[in-house]
Ligand binder design. Structure first.
Ligand code: NI
Length: 186
């Protein structure tokens, strides 16, 4: 297993539409292991493969509370098949946009079909944090970021800040100082 660097905006790879996973082999298992190691190290509660530069439709997640046993979950080629009309608001953050948090309005509940790590078809009906996290991560594999859901004014401001940081050579982040990992959706 190896911890990988997490891409930070304005890295253009974060705008790629990821390709489906087709092979359920040792390479995929190694990628999943690296994603969990990277996600737990950050720490974050979700991670899409493209955030470590791999354009595959693959998500890792663990929504277990701090002192509870880990609950690692893998969602491969996930697709939203239903979304509730009812919306909810959650203050989201993203490992690819460190230290920035903003309220995002999304459907409160979703149904998602996906493949598990063995390639078996699964479906989950999610609400609460799981619904928010799944939508945030599925956005990632479509090249969409949570700042696309906020006002253009706020988005332009955060993009400008990160472009300046990139010019200073700050292209990766070794540590996240905010102490509430459940805000770092992924
Ligand atoms: Ni994210």
């Amino acid at each position: 297993m190896a911890k990988r660097d997490i891409l930070i905006i304005p890295d253009t790879r974060l705008r790629l539409k990821s390709e489906p996973v087709t092979a359920f082999d040792a390479e995929l298992r190694a990628l999943i292991d690296d994603m969990f190691e990277t996600m737990y190290d950050a720490p974050g509660i979700g991670l899409a493969a493209i955030q470590i530069g791999v354009p595959r439709r693959l998500i890792t997640m663990d929504l277990a509370k701090k002192d509870d046993p880990p609950q690692p979950e893998v969602f491969i080629n996930p697709e939203i098949t239903w979304a509730s009309d009812e919306k909810s608001t959650y203050e989201e953050g993203c490992l690819s946009i460190p230290e920035y948090y903003e309220e995002v309005i999304r459907p409160k509940a979703v149904k998602v079909k996906y493949l598990d790590r063995d390639g078996k078809a699964q479906e989950v009906e999610a609400d609460g944090l799981l619904a928010t996290c799944l939508q945030h991560e599925i956005d990632h594999i479509n090249g969409v970021l949570f700042i696309d859901h906020i006002s253009k004014l706020k988005r332009d401001r955060v993009m400008k800040k990160f472009k300046k940081a990139q010019k200073r050579g700050e292209t990766t982040r070794d540590a996240y100082t905010e102490d509430t990992p459940e805000h770092r959706i992924g």
